[in-house]
Design a protein around this ligand. Structure first.
Ligand code: CTP
Length: 391
């Protein structure tokens, strides 16, 4: 199986040490605490070796729960390497993925806490694969959320790194999951097809957004005085490669990307009662986790106002070719156009919430079966969950 190392940020240190530890592997859980953190240079000054941590996963319909897992994993070391499980393995172990491997890899790469990505990894963290992580990628610890990760035969996918003491756990983010988002999209698809969705199935978002969480995701820097501020606004619902590309393009137009995440009421008024799938705080967190976004306005108005342009010292407003729309008969970007601040950028990916919902509805039976299974195990997890502190 091929493992492609996408980002090159993790080379050049501790190879001998990693090999030694890989050889030592299996026999001693104490190896973790033994791991030297320094090597000697010629002038005898101790030089710290970065701790490399590894987290893998499916990262399907990548959401802020995944981003928060990556944030916590990154805080367990100095460099975070992420393994993205391939489509065939997801199908075998969990059921059909919503997003294909290329989309999932792009979403992980765009996360600001990620230093490198390995593609095409197996679901099971086997002895051979774990040894390869230690030796080839110089990984110190394997990290996973505190939810059980079981193989189809019921065994623990992380048994080996646990056994040898090279495993750390982070707290899973409550209230969001791929299952939950797929459930919301299934209900959207069913309603769009004219079906009646029972109230008890129409689960509200349960994620509790705290100011601490927003601060952890944000830069805490504010808009720098002399920065060329680029403003880009929209719903950013079910964050996807189209959004990532738009933010990437925004970053090339200035120094600071300010993202207006439209208020729920605005999105509902424009797109209909089933929208948005994620509320404005959930959508803002996904945007903030993206390496191309510097700051968000949570619950931004759809209409660009003089106040908004002046408050944030906006120099450029960008939108994709086909994006402008009107509120009350007025183009939402009219003021930016009038002031000469408006720039259009190409739409390079045809992604939309409805497009994702359509994929799910096309394989509805499979997704419903997968969700029924996952909902059962998620309920069991919530019934038995214990407090785990965040890093
Ligand atoms: N994760 C998390 N919080 C969530 C969802 C996922 O901390 N709400 C963590 C998982 O524990 C894992 C990593 O994110 O360490 C990747 O998860 P993934 O393999 O994508 O699968 P799931 O755990 O099934 O996530 P989801 O239910 O959202 O598909």
């Amino acid at each position: 199986m091929a493992h492609v190392f996408v980002a090159g940020a993790l080379v050049g240190y501790g190879v001998a040490r990693a090999r030694r530890r890989a050889r030592a592997g299996g026999d001693d859980a104490g190896d973790v605490d033994d791991a030297p953190r320094a090597t000697k240079t010629d002038d005898d000054a101790p030089k710290k070796r970065p701790i490399v941590v590894y987290m893998d996963g499916c990262f399907d319909t990548m959401h802020y729960g995944h981003a928060n897992a990556l944030r916590q994993a990154r805080a367990c070391g100095d460099k975070l390497l992420v393994g993205v499980v391939n489509d065939a393995e997801i199908r075998r172990c969990k059921g059909p993925p919503v997003c294909d491997e290329r989309e999932r890899v792009e979403a992980v790469e765009a996360c600001k806490w990620v230093d490198g990505v390995i593609t095409d990894v197996p679901y099971e963290v086997t002895d051979a694969f774990t040894d390869e992580l230690f030796a080839k990628h110089e990984v110190d610890y394997v990290i996973h959320g505190d939810d059980p990760c079981l193989l189809p035969d019921g065994s623990d996918a992380y048994a080996y790194p646990k056994r040898i003491g090279r495993y750390k756990e982070i707290k899973r983010t409550e209230g969001v999951s791929t299952t939950d988002i797929v459930g919301r999209l299934l209900r959207m698809g069913a309603r769009a097809a004219g079906e009646e969705v029972k109230e008890e199935e129409a689960k509200e978002a349960t994620f509790c957004t705290t100011s601490a969480r927003i601060a952890q995701f944000g830069t805490n820097a504010g808009v720098p005085t002399d920065a060329k501020v680029v403003y880009v606004h929209g719903a950013f619902d079910v964050f996807n490669r189209g959004h990532i590309d738009l933010l990437r393009q925004a970053k090339t137009r200035g120094d600071f990307v300010l993202v207006g995440v439209h208020a729920d009421a605005e999105v509902r008024a424009r797109r209909g009662a089933e929208h948005p799938v994620l509320n404005e705080k959930e959508r803002a967190l996904s945007v903030l986790a993206c390496r191309y976004a510097d700051e968000v306005v949570i619950g931004a108005p759809a209409m660009i106002t003089n106040d908004l342009l002046t408050t944030f010292n906006v120099k450029v407003v960008i939108a994709e070719d086909d994006e402008p729309y009107a509120v009350g008969g007025v183009d939402v970007n009219a003021l930016a156009v009038e002031r000469g601040l408006y720039e259009r950028v190409p739409r390079r990916h045809d992604c939309s919430v409805l497009g994702v919902a359509k994929r799910i509805m096309e394989n509805r039976a499979e997704f419903e079966a997968r969700n029924a299974r996952k909902t059962k195990s998620e309920s069991a997890y919530y019934a038995e969950k214990k407090h785990v502190a965040e890093s």
